[in-house]
Design a binder for this molecule. Structure first.
Ligand SMILES: Cc1cc2nc3c(=O)[nH]c(=O)nc-3n(C[C@H](O)[C@H](O)[C@H](O)COP(=O)(O)OP(=O)(O)OC[C@H]3O[C@@H](n4cnc5c(N)ncnc54)[C@H](O)[C@@H]3O)c2cc1C
Length: 505
């Protein structure tokens, strides 16, 4: 096998040979584990096996490629590091960085994985892995509720790392009635929370949103990032649940892969629909060893801000976003070339504006590393100012980028025939081949590119993707508050104070 990058791997059908993975999880191992009796419902019916259901089968294959990529001997150094406990290779996503170089290499590994879906899949295993690295780096935050909780979170992090597992999370209460806190809802068991304590663990009921990639993951981390009030203690938890936990149901939103009639007309929807799942829990038992936060609103808040969890998880999210932006601008460039608009100065001005936005994101990604800090335990924290600066503005400039694609393509994405069948039918092929081509390509190539562009911006898949960029890190007013907290206003105000203190003339 000569694959060296995720792009090579995704374009090939190669998988690492059995026995060559040195204990790492291969795509096949991962797919087998998904058929574990998890309760997933689509159109009112329970899905028997997500790896075979048309809504999820291709996304599961795309996810399996991530594990094959990490296990591939030629990418071993980039994608793995040596476990400090077993001495075996484990996924780099689980590395707790202790040098700037560690942080950079961790980001580059995320970049490889993100290229596997061209940035379309956001919650790949490295996202929540970042959060658990952050928790394990500062377990004192959890131990403030009792020593056992600090030990539990480290043990679970090590379990994820040593078994090469994928955790996702649901950390936002269901919308139902945002004007009231959880304990004042019409039924206090609507938001996911503790309903019973037992000697061997706790019992949870209620619902939580929105476990992206829940269908494809091994574990769900259930917690709360929403501000909690006194009286909300039952919702102030942090627990890990296997995806087949008895009593837990996943309700994925409408699966876009079901609308993808073929891979040519829907090249992205058909392969990369990671799904977003509403989670319903009915008397789900959690043993104490999988409980990290128990009825403690302060620790529930501190887990995000007094550990590097939020920064690691979102460094991955930004690495993925940068990949998606590169794909986006590459798509527009190819479309301009094909349409013959490339040389217009006005088109170049618009492309320049897009390129500036892509470059800003790429440079800020590097700034998170070069301006990172090291804590008292020797753990490297990415620079939060650089992270939140992009996240705070992403919900505004991402729609601008998408609008520019629409602007530059005119009717190209709409004036195509109904499907690939028009190209294949002897009755219509002549017209299609004659009129759908461009100056430098045949009709099939032009249709392939324009279909991909429409799947990116116009289909339900494309539109969900825009909603994701707006909300994956929380509502934008909250992200801007993160920036407010991170920014060094003192330096700015001291300059104004100095100007006011200038000696009188
Ligand atoms: C595609 C997608 C994938 C997601 N994936 C995940 C995931 O994997 N895991 C997870 O836990 N969550 C996930 N989320 C959920 C996401 O975290 C929430 O959508 C997000 O936190 C916003 O919460 P909400 O939807 O309840 O909006 P709300 O909190 O109800 O807010 C909706 C809007 O109301 C306005 N608003 C509300 N309150 C205020 C206020 N105080 N001040 C000003 N304006 C206000 C804002 O315009 C805000 O955007 C995902 C969401 C989307 C769309």
């Amino acid at each position: 096998m000569n694959a060296h990058t995720a792009l090579d791997l995704i374009a090939s059908t190669d998988t690492p040979a059995a026995g060559s993975s040195d204990g790492l999880r291969r795509g096949d191992d991962y797919l087998r584990a998904l058929n574990d009796g998890r309760e997933v419902y689509v159109d009112g019916e329970r899905v028997k096996d997500v790896t075979r259901h048309p809504a999820f089968a291709q996304a599961a294959q795309s996810a399996a490629r991530l594990f094959d990529t990490a296990a591939h001997p030629s990418l071993r150094e980039r994608m793995t590091y040596t476990s400090p406990t077993s001495g075996k290779p484990v996924m780099r996503a689980y590395q707790i960085p202790t040098s700037l170089d560690d942080l950079r290499t961790k980001r580059l590994a995320s970049e490889v994985w993100s290229e596997g879906s061209f940035g379309m899949m956001g919650r790949t295993p490295d996202h929540v892995a970042g959060f658990f690295c952050g928790y394990a780096a500062v377990p004192e935050v959890f131990a403030a509720g009792g020593k056992q909780f600090g030990d539990n979170v480290v043990a679970f992090y090590e379990h994820l790392r040593e078994s090469h597992l994928w955790a996702t999370y649901a950390i936002v209460p269901p919308q139902i009635d945002r004007s009231k806190p959880g304990h004042k809802q019409s039924d206090p068991t609507l938001y996911a929370g503790v309903v019973k304590e037992r000697d061997d663990g706790i019992v949870i009921s209620g619902a939580q949103q929105l476990a992206t990639a829940g269908v494809l993951s091994d574990y769900l981390y259930l917690s709360c990032i929403h501000p909690l009030q006194p009286g909300d203690e039952n919702y102030a938890i942090g627990v890990a649940l296997p995806m087949n936990a008895p009593g837990m149901r996943l309700y994925p939103r409408r699966p876009y892969a079901l609308q993808a009639t073929n891979g040519f007309d829907y090249p992205l929807s058909s392969r990369f629909d990671e799904t977003d799942c509403f989670v319903v829990l009915k008397d789900v038992f959690v043993p104490w060893e999988k409980v990290f936060i128990y009825r403690n609103t302060e620790i529930c808040r501190d887990q995000w801000w007094k550990t590097p969890s939020h920064a690691y998880g979102n460094l991955q999210a930004q690495a993925r976003y940068a990949t998606k932006l590169r794909f986006m601008i590459g798509l527009v460039k190819r479309m301009n070339e094909m349409t013959g608009n490339e040389a217009h100065p006005q088109v170049q001005v618009q492309m320049g504006e897009m390129a500036a936005m892509v470059q800003l994101v790429e440079s800020m990604l590097e700034a998170q590393e070069t301006k990172a800090s090291i804590d008292a335990n020797g753990v490297v924290w990415p620079c939060k100012k650089s992270l939140y600066a992009v996240m705070a503005l992403q919900s505004e400039f991402n729609p601008r980028m998408v609008d520019m694609i629409r602007e530059l393509t005119g009717a190209a994405m709409i004036s195509l025939p109904s499907s690939l069948k028009d190209l294949d039918s002897p009755e219509t092929a002549g017209d299609i081949e004659r009129f759908m081509r461009s100056a430098n390509t045949d009709a099939r190539s032009r249709m392939a590119l324009m279909r991909m562009a429409w799947d990116f911006v116009g289909t339900e898949f494309g539109n969900r993707s825009q909603q994701y960029e707006k909300f994956y890190g929380g509502a934008s007013f909250l992200v801007k508050q993160n920036m407010y907290r991170a920014y060094d206003f003192k330096r700015a105000t001291s300059m104004v104070d100095a100007a006011l203190d200038l000696p009188p003339l």
